[in-house]
Write a protein that binds this ligand. Structure first.
Ligand SMILES: Nc1ncnc2c1ncn2[C@@H]1O[C@@H]2COP(=O)(O)O[C@H]3[C@@H](O)[C@H](n4cnc5c(N)ncnc54)O[C@@H]3COP(=O)(O)O[C@H]2[C@H]1O
Ligand SMILES: Nc1ncnc2c1ncn2[C@@H]1O[C@@H]2COP(=O)(O)O[C@H]3[C@@H](O)[C@H](n4cnc5c(N)ncnc54)O[C@@H]3COP(=O)(O)O[C@H]2[C@H]1O
Lengths: 141, 141
């Protein structure tokens, strides 16, 4: 395998830019987030604020977990609970000029990792697919 | 990168065995599948029949899509619709002695691929994480 494909590159060269990434706002209600997740088909997406700063991730599983009561599914909570009450704030983050090796280590346990700039503004995401696409090309040679 | 890590191995050497894989049955109702998906935290899981043959995959997104009506979420359908009406039957499959390169090509676009034997009985799953774990080890050397 040719190691140059991975070893002298930065996160920026693998980035899915923010304008292509579905996201929701911290202040949205859960019903809006559920609609965006269901319609886009993504299992988890970033949560930003109005100034485009990254706050966490929300997934369909987190929303279902939040409304699953002991007796029944409490669907009315979809209209009252907000994304910021349910999202995961403890997420790994990458910078654009981080070495790709740092990204590869993080995607072992995360389907994707959010990328931000030094001021915390959202730049896009680094995904498992972008790495696997290049590994597949390498292995075929 | 040392290509031996990938190039002379079979799918069996990367397998998550079936006894460790959460699954549901074709005849289960959607409410049962939603509970298994939410409680295990997996976004998608295999669908088997009572004789352990593989029929497809079901995801939380597929279930939400099935009950999302024009006006409101039709939650009563969770108790009436069955997994087999909603699951994705058109899925890639691998055999235990397939070359790992065939698996790597498939996981570029699929988070995991189900593995079955020649008679169609479910053996386990081949996941992106198992490949990325080894790639990460390689890249660190
Ligand atoms: N509309 C689509 N078109 C083509 N392929 C699709 C697709 N939706 C899903 N996939 C495939 O399924 C994989 C898992 O998607 P999932 O939504 O679970 O997990 C996704 C999702 O949570 C997030 N993601 C990816 N692209 C996104 C985007 N444009 N906006 C928001 N989140 C995204 O990153 C995770 C990993 O993405 P990755 O590309 O590695 O892996 C994706 C991709 O290979
Ligand atoms: N309980 C847990 N413990 C540790 N890590 C966890 C975890 N649940 C999820 N993850 C991490 O998140 C990734 C995506 O999980 P997801 O459920 O979207 O997507 C999963 C899920 O749909 C399925 N899957 C994995 N293990 C499974 C199992 N034991 N039973 C059923 N389905 C499984 O394969 C997909 C890819 O799995 P992969 O391991 O590559 O990637 C997993 C893993 O890195």
């Amino acid at each position: 395998l040719d190691s140059k494909e991975f070893l002298d590159k930065t996160i920026a060269q693998f980035l899915i830019p923010s304008d292509k990434v579905a996201h929701v706002q911290v202040g949205n209600h859960l019903d809006h987030a559920l609609l965006v997740l269901t319609k886009t088909g993504y299992s988890a997406i970033p949560v930003l604020d109005t100034s485009y700063k990254l706050h966490g991730l929300i997934s369909i599983t987190m929303i279902m977990d939040a409304i699953l009561g002991l007796e029944r599914i409490e669907f009315e909570r979809l209209e009252t609970m907000k994304v910021e009450e349910v999202m995961n704030k403890d997420i790994p983050r990458l910078l654009l000029d981080d070495h790709v090796m740092k990204g590869i280590e993080l995607i072992v346990n995360h389907p994707f990792v959010c990328v931000e700039n030094e001021n915390g503004y959202f730049e896009g995401i680094f995904t498992r697919r972008e790495i696997l696409k290049r590994l597949n090309k390498q292995v075929r040679r």
